[in-house]
Design a protein around this ligand. Structure first.
Ligand code: CP
Ligand code: NVA
Length: 305
């Protein structure tokens, strides 16, 4: 059976731990993996913009001896009505793996169903698992252990909140989500994350109170208030998210040695204050760097010879 990387909920804790260990090895000894995907092509379908995902995947596959092929929103025939099923069956005849950034998560599920090559989720409206794998690598580097740590996500109950709950649950962390009313995470995702956490000693805590959510946190995390595709809701969201900025006062509820995380891109003065994201507690560029190493691990595992 072809293996995919669509959701952290579909991976076992052991698989994820192995991926994190491999990512650490790749980061320490990149030259040892120079030929791990020699001669292989990763097609990269983007229905939305990207800096980190695009550049880290393209660079990552090159560093593994393969090549990346960027397919932007207007480059292939999807926007002219070619089906996902046909597109992925054709790609399966040419390339060795597909990384796709889509709106509807179901597009990825269809790719996995109809194709015969590994599919990697480069972000969907539901989930962003590559980001969270890199984030777990970063937390492990900064805090040494994951189990028992508290990660508080403040803001929109979106793709980042969802994948953070799954990732944290796998590793026995407490993940608190503090969201404005009306912007809660998907209850099905919360239930599934709680089921994972039940087996690891982790916990999922949902609140509308950012101060309570952030209390004693080891990690405070936030993301944009209007995700890609929600541009029309931006003005409304700016009003509804008032009071949910991660500023120095909110960081004051967390542990004194707490780190600040953000998947980026960030909007200073909205979801995070400059005094926080530009402070020594911020590890946002380590997170961005680890996208490269973590995704190389995913490609080695899924496409490696
Ligand atoms: N964090 C992240 O996925 O960034 P991009 O949207 O720039 O890829
Ligand atoms: N929630 C954001 C994450 C960007 C990396 C979005 O989907 O736009």
């Amino acid at each position: 059976m072809t293996k995919h990387f669509l959701s952290l909920a579909e991976q076992s804790t052991e698989e994820l731990r192995n991926l994190l260990d491999l990512a650490r090895q790749i980061k320490l000894h990149p030259a040892g993996f120079r030929d791990a995907c020699a001669g292989q092509t990763l097609a990269m379908i983007f229905q939305k913009p990207s800096l980190r995902t695009r550049v880290s995947f393209q660079t990552g596959i090159y560093q593994l001896g393969g090549q990346g092929l960027y397919l932007g929103p207007k480059d292939i025939q999807l926007h002219r009505g070619e089906t996902i099923a046909d597109t992925i069956q054709v790609l399966s005849r040419y390339v060795d793996g597909v990384m796709a950034r889509v709106f509807a998560h179901d597009d990825l599920v269809q790719m996995a169903e109809h194709g015969s090559i590994p599919i990697i989720n480069g972000l969907s409206d539901l989930l962003h698992p590559c980001q969270v794998l890199a984030d777990l690598q970063t937390i492990r580097e900064k805090k040494e252990t994951l189990a028992g740590r508290k990660l508080t996500y403040v803001g929109d109950g979106n793709n980042m909140a969802h994948s953070l709950m799954y990732g944290g649950a796998h590793f026995g962390m407490t993940v608190a989500i503090a969201h404005p009313r009306g912007y809660a995470p998907d209850p099905e995702v919360v239930a599934r994350a709680r089921a994972i956490a039940a087996g690891t000693g982790g916990a999922i805590h949902i609140t509308e109170d950012p101060g309570e959510g952030a209390s004693d946190a080891d990690v405070v995390y936030t993301d944009v208030w209007a995700s890609m595709g929600q541009e029309d809701e931006r003005a409304e969201r700016l009003k509804r998210f008032e009071g949910y900025s991660v500023d120095a006062a909110l960081m004051g509820h967390a542990r004194p040695d707490a780190i600040f995380m953000h998947c980026l891109p960030a909007h200073r003065g909205e979801e995070v204050a400059a005094e926080v994201i530009d402070s020594p507690a911020s590890v946002v560029f380590d997170q961005a760097e680890n996208r490269l190493h973590a995704q190389k691990a995913i490609m080695v595992r899924l496409m490696g010879r």
